[in-house]
Ligand binder design. Sequence first.
Ligand SMILES: [Zn+2]
Length: 312
Amino acid sequence: MRLASISVDLDSLPHYCRIHGLPETLLDERARTLVHAVAVPRFRELFDSLGIPGTFFAIGEDLEADPGAAAGMRAAHEAGIEVASHSHAHDYALTRRGAAAILEDLRRADAVILAATGARPEGFRAPGYTLNADLYAATVALGYRYGSSAFPATPYYAAKAAVMGALALAGRPSRSVLDTPRVLLAPRVPYRPDPTNPYRRGEGAVLELPMAVTPGVAFPFIGTFATTLPRPVLRAAWNSCRRDAFFNFELHGVDVLDVSDGIPAELVRQQRDLRVSAARKLERLREVFGWLAAERKVVTLRDAASRLAPSL
Ligand SMILES: [Zn+2]
């Protein structure tokens, strides 16, 4: 039986302000906690209505700052949703901080998630999807079962690949040429990393479950595109992944939010997918989750890792 996992990175809005260079003072108290207060229940309702589990990647600092977020993670854990670690501070430069600081960041996230849910996280997703040997070593030291950080597309590449991929899937291949950063050489299927270069295959103890990218045109099948691209393009992308034993669908909390939820206009201007109504995005996600559930067994990433481990 082919497997699929659905995971949601719960980056709160302050992290988006940091990406876009906007002051966090744009956010009032409600906006700061919007992802946990509003997006988490929407995802839970989606999972429940389809009878499937999911994986939430929580940021330690967000749970520390918001007791409601911590309570929400406990309730999710108790309902069978996996709560995994998305680091403590969500530092985009985490891989450059040195081994000791990296380990300390991951340890703090573990402690906060354990305190919230009563269970230690078994999976890790790197902030900004950036992995290196130090960060991989920290996940080994902390005894994680899996990591899910490899996304064979840099942000620039992802935006360009999405447009090119959409054109190619629509039968109008672009003549533009993509360069090939090192991450693009990472396997697009689950693998055991080389600890000295986790984007290469090796014999590392912690499995890597890369996020879904279609074969060939490397179209990144992630929430931002799933909620905003024309349905036939998305359906074609899904069809092209049919033969993969495992499908790892990655989303963000903001994928089910819109401007009427109270996101500041300055942020919406930078993050275009926020202009699409939450109702429309939820309707699309319900449909896409349904595609996964109709053809595959949908499991948490933790369960996918334990089912896939013996063959890797
Ligand atoms: Zn993130």
